[in-house]
Design a protein around this ligand. Structure first.
Ligand SMILES: [Zn+2]
Length: 65
C-alpha cells in the first residue's frame, strides 16, 4: 500500500501524483498511475511510461538489432 500524503494547500501536487511522468522528458502524461499497463498508451516494456510525443519518437526510430 502506498502511503498517502496530502497537501491541503497544494491540490495540484496531489493531482500530479495521480498521473505517470514521462521517463524521457519528465513531463506529466495523461496516464493514471492506477491504469492497467495493458490499457495504457505509450507504455514501453523495459523503459516505462512515456508521453505521447516521446512515444511517437520511439516508434519512428528504426529498431536496432
Ligand atoms: Zn516525453
Amino acid at each position: 500500500m502506498l502511503k498517502k500524503i496530502s497537501f491541503p494547500n497544494r491540490k495540484k501536487e496531489e493531482e500530479k501524483d495521480l498521473y505517470e511522468t514521462c521517463v524521457i522528458c519528465k513531463s506529466m502524461t495523461n496516464i493514471r498511475k492506477n491504469q492497467h499497463i495493458e490499457e495504457r498508451y505509450g507504455y514501453v516494456q523495459a523503459i516505462g511510461q512515456v508521453c505521447y510525443d516521446c512515444y511517437k519518437k520511439i516508434e519512428n526510430k528504426p529498431r536496432e538489432k
